[in-house]
Design a protein around this ligand. Sequence first.
Ligand code: FAD
Length: 188
Amino acid sequence: MYEIAVIGAGPAGASAALFAAKAGKATLLIDNDKGMTRRGWYENYYGIPAVGGPELVETGHQQAVKFGAKLAADKATDIVRGEDGFRIATESGQTYEARHIILATGALTDLAAQAGVETRDGTEPRIKTVIAVRPDGRTNIDGIWAAGTVAGVSVHAIITAGDGARVAVNVISELNSARYVDHDAMKS
Ligand SMILES: Cc1cc2nc3c(=O)[nH]c(=O)nc-3n(C[C@H](O)[C@H](O)[C@H](O)COP(=O)(O)OP(=O)(O)OC[C@H]3O[C@@H](n4cnc5c(N)ncnc54)[C@H](O)[C@@H]3O)c2cc1C
C-alpha cells in the first residue's frame, strides 16, 4: 500500500511526488507522458535562466525517483475506493493501492470524472474543465486531492510545480497529524 499515489508527472505531479518521497512517504508516481510541459521553452521559471520542456520534465522525474518515488510509465484508467484507501487500475493491467491520491493530470479530467470527482468550468485559456478543489487541494472525495493545471491554477510551469508541492505538504501534514516543513540548511 502506497501512502501517496500521484497521477501525472508534469511539474505539478513530479513536484508533489518529490516532496512526498523526501518526507519518507511510500510514493507512487504514474504517468503516460502525454503532458503539455515537454512542448514548452521556459524563460520564466525562477532560478533557471532557460530550460527546454524535455529537460525540465526529466529532471523533475529524476528528483522524485532519487528520494524513493516509484515511477510507473502507464495510464491510470480506474480509481475505486478500497478498505483503507483506493485501488488504481492501469492500462497495462497493473493495480496499485494508495491511502491518498493526488491528481495532477494537466489538461485532462477524464480520470477524475470516472472516479466521481467533481469538476467545474476552467478559467484559464484553453482549459475547459478543471477539478473543483478546496483551498488546501482536497476534492469532494476524502483522500483524493488535485494539483496544478487540473486543479485550475494559472497555466505556468512554476505555478503548477509550486501547487504540486503545496498540496503534497498538505497531504504529508495530514498523514503526520502535524504541519510539515522540509528545510535543508547549507552545510558549513
Ligand atoms: C507550447 C507550450 C509552451 C508553454 N510555455 C510556457 C512558458 O514559457 N512558461 C510557462 O510558465 N509555462 C508554459 N507553458 C505551460 C506549462 O507547460 C504548464 O502550465 C505546466 O507545465 C503544466 O503542468 P502540469 O503538471 O499541470 O500538467 P502537464 O505538464 O500537462 O502534466 C500532466 C501529466 O499527467 C499525465 N496524465 C494525464 N492523465 C493521466 C492518466 N490517466 N494516467 C497517467 N498519467 C496521466 C500526462 O501524461 C502528463 O504527463 C507552455 C505550454 C505549452 C503547451
